[in-house]
Design a protein around this ligand. Structure first.
Ligand SMILES: [Fe+2]
Ligand SMILES: [Fe+2]
Length: 450
């Protein structure tokens, strides 16, 4: 059960964008406390150290010593160090804000750091983390990377990019236009790469033109790599959790009650609904990404349901339905056991997973199960996943029905919202995102197996 320890260390590298080739040496991310010192980039008199002098270190705040320091027993004291403690149970957004705050001690002109993630299955580059105060520049935004020009070249070549004046650069691209409208004038962009797998980009932006001279970029590169490592480390934890759970599901049960295509589609529908909702209420991109990552586990508890009930093609009896309803509570038990075994109970956003598993059959009017929650008592992530799941079921062929048209399926969702079963705002968000939802549906078609 939950309450286990923290994960151990991991090794992550990135590409050396100046040479455009090779992989950075791995670095260790400690399990309990990660500290970086932006002041390591400076000597005590404020002058820059030679390139390569910067390092990431673990640090014991009690003794102010670096573990393994050869100065046996002597306290290691840095001159006015600016240590940034990055607790590994805080969100990535919080970690990025901490790094940005420390970075601004040295580079006041770096007003904004953001991270975008790449979905190789859809070619979408999605906003993920952002340190701007009001997230006004780029939020809940996604675009096809292959159509992005220089960013696509960066993905292919693993090269970094500097834009000295955004006003003079590529103004036809909507994301550039949004940055300019928010006042940003120059940028430095670094690709996140691990073992030749491309994950996305780290962006540094400034209100100044020509802010990113080569000596500045040389010092930002290790910070960009650090940000990339932290992001990849956490994403891998989540993906490993989802992967292990789904593999266990397949080993224990050879029954295909959820196809891969269904999970690919409904998780992306859930992300699109979240992103659409975030235009009218603040939902972070990080939250939306975790809904996307965890949505495929919504029915994990069905492996505990007997075949004769799970695969029955006719209506369930009342008694059978009572058994079927337990897939929510059994799913939560399984998830909690898995989190405990893997030591992931304190992982940020883990409640999103638990809420999706336990509450995706709750109804807004209180008639759902297992707890009969009402309205906003039902966690938003569960309301979103419910609609994504039902929409995909309606628009897909099932043993007992053909695939319904988009129009008929949308009408059914609206009827369910009018009847008080589904969250009307989430249904509206799905309708607004329909062009992108149809694109996802076409990208992940059903096979002959459903
Ligand atoms: Fe379910
Ligand atoms: Fe489902």
């Amino acid at each position: 059960m939950c309450g286990g320890g923290r994960p151990g260390t991991d090794s992550v590298g990135g590409s050396d964008v100046r040479s455009g080739t090779g992989t950075m040496p791995g670095a260790l991310l400690p399990s309990v406390l990660l500290c970086i010192s932006i002041s390591l980039l400076q000597t005590s008199n404020g002058q820059r150290k030679k390139p390569g002098a910067e390092r990431m270190k673990t640090w014991d705040p009690a003794t102010r010593r670096v573990p393994g320091d050869p100065s046996k027993g002597a306290t290691t004291v840095f001159s006015q160090p600016k240590w940034v403690a990055i607790e590994d149970d805080t969100t990535l957004s919080h970690k990025l804000h901490s790094i940005h705050a420390a970075l601004r001690e040295r580079f006041r002109f770096v007003q904004h750091i953001s991270v975008a993630l790449y979905d190789a299955d859809t070619d979408d580059l999605k906003t993920f983390l952002d340190t701007s105060a009001n997230h006004a520049a780029l939020h809940a935004y996604h675009a096809k990377l292959s159509q992005s020009g220089s960013l696509e070249r960066m993905r292919q070549t693993r090269q970094s990019r500097v834009i000295h004046d955004l006003k003079e650069y590529d103004r036809v691209k909507p994301h550039t236009q949004r940055l300019v409208n928010a006042g940003y004038r120059s940028s430095f962009t670094y690709p996140i790469v691990l073992n030749d797998e491309f994950f996305g980009f780290v962006f540094f932006n400034s209100f100044r033109v020509h802010a990113f001279y080569p000596h500045v970029c040389a010092q930002l590169e290790p910070i960009a790599r650090l940000i990339g490592m932290i992001v990849v480390f956490e994403l891998r934890m989540v993906r490993n959790l989802v992967g292990v759970t789904r593999t266990t599901q397949q080993i224990v049960s050879r029954r295909h009650y959820e196809t891969g295509a269904h999970l690919d589609r409904m998780s992306r529908y859930a992300w699109l609904i979240s992103s659409e909702l975030s235009k009218t209420r603040f939902l972070s991109d990080e939250y939306a990404e975790h809904i996307f990552l965890f949505a495929p586990l919504h029915d994990v508890g069905k492996i505990a349901i007997p075949d004769e009930i799970l695969l029955k093609s006719t209506a369930l009896t009342l008694e059978e339905f009572e058994i079927m309803k337990t897939h929510t509570t059994k799913g939560l038990e399984m998830v909690d056991n898995m989190l405990g075994e893997l030591g992931l109970c304190e992982m940020p956003f883990i409640e999103v997973l638990r809420n999706i598993v336990i509450a995706h059959h709750e109804a807004v009017d209180g008639s759902g199960y297992p707890r009969g929650l009402r309205g906003e008592e039902i966690p938003l992530e569960a309301r979103i996943v419910t609609i994504a799941d039902i929409f995909d079921a309606l628009t897909s062929r099932r043993a007992y029905k053909p695939a319904w048209s988009i129009e008929r399926s949308v009408q059914r969702l609206r009827d369910l919202a009018d009847a008080g079963k589904l969250d009307a705002a989430c249904v509206d968000a799905l309708v607004k995102a329909l062009p992108q939802i149809i694109a996802v549906k076409e990208r992940f078609p059903e096979s002959q197996f459903g």
